[in-house]
Write a protein that binds this ligand. Structure first.
Ligand code: PLP
Length: 282
């Protein structure tokens, strides 16, 4: 595998990141994850817009123009000879002797890697996945796609140890914020689609934004409001969305089946519409 690291294309294992990169010392950086299907970047403009927003929130300049960054992503993809892939982009504030204050006159570091996409398996889509819920222990700017992911890592690990694909995090009021690496959705008893509104408590998922538009087109009633863990357990349907999970049915929450424990019809309808949006065959 080949990685792009600060202007060079190198074998992924090459020692290429300086020890004093602020990404290593402070997790002072942001990232993006973009899906590639059959050589086509999915929703690339939305991902690059979010990347610019994340950088602006941390006062890190773009390391190059949007078009140049897209060209680097395409070239890294090409060098890895994959057509269905996940492209990972990370931008850190730069390299400087360790000091909390922003260093002066640094250039942001840029790393791009590519790996094979691990999309949900047909069985996961057909049967749904289990989640557990845990308190959200993350910082108060989850709208920034920061590489500071320790709380997400710890939650995901606990979930895996409990045999679960994802963990739904809840705030001090018992309201679900989102998953450790996905957005959370339910369908209520009246068939309304419910997901938490954008705000500092959640990452504005690209998949979330696409699904909201597809739901509108489908004529579904959508309510962007917080929902509680209890409400989720009593919901008619539940699912999660992310770049690599697509629209993934959630059929069990904290060991309790959601409705009758099989993926719901609205979830499957949205999955079908999302696949169509991606021009992705069944
Ligand atoms: N929320 C969190 C915390 C994430 O890490 C992710 C993506 O990995 C998402 C939501 C979903 O975002 P997207 O649909 O852009 O992949």
């Amino acid at each position: 595998r080949i990685a792009y690291v600060n202007g060079r294309y190198l074998p992924i294992g090459a020692p290429a990141v300086p020890v004093e990169d602020r990404g290593l010392q402070f997790a002072d950086g942001i990232y993006e994850v973009v899906k590639v299907l059959n050589g086509r970047f999915c929703d690339l403009d939305r991902h690059l817009a979010r990347l610019e927003r994340s950088l602006a929130a941390l006062s890190i300049p773009m390391p190059m123009s949007r078009a140049a960054l897209a060209a680097v992503m395409r070239e890294t993809l090409r060098r890895n000879a994959l057509s269905t892939a996940i492209v990972y982009v990370q931008i850190n504030r730069g390299v400087a002797p360790r000091n909390h204050l922003f260093p002066e006159d640094v250039e942001p570091s840029l790393v791009v890697t590519v790996r094979r996409a691990s999309l949900p398996k047909p069985r996961e889509l057909a049967e749904g996945v289990r989640v557990i819920t845990l308190p959200d222990q993350r910082w108060k700017r989850c709208d920034v796609k920061s590489v500071s992911l320790l709380a997400n890592v710890l939650a995901k690990q606990k979930g895996a140890e409990a045999g679960c694909r994802e963990v739904w995090l809840y705030d001090a009021d018992g309201l679900v914020t989102e998953g450790s690496s996905s957005n959370a959705w339910i369908v209520d008893r009246d068939g309304r689609l419910i997901t938490r509104p954008l705000g500092p408590e959640i990452l504005g998922g690209i998949t979330r934004s696409v699904i909201l538009e597809l739901a509108q087109t489908a004529g579904l009633e959508v309510v962007e409001r917080p929902f509680s863990v209890e409400e989720a357990k009593a919901a008619r349907e539940a699912f999660l969305t992310s770049t690599s999970s697509l629209v993934l049915p959630v059929t069990s929450i904290d060991g309790q089946p959601v409705a009758n424990g099989v993926p719901g019809s609205i979830t499957l309808e949205l999955l079908a519409r999302y696949r169509n949006h991606l021009q992705m065959p069944e």
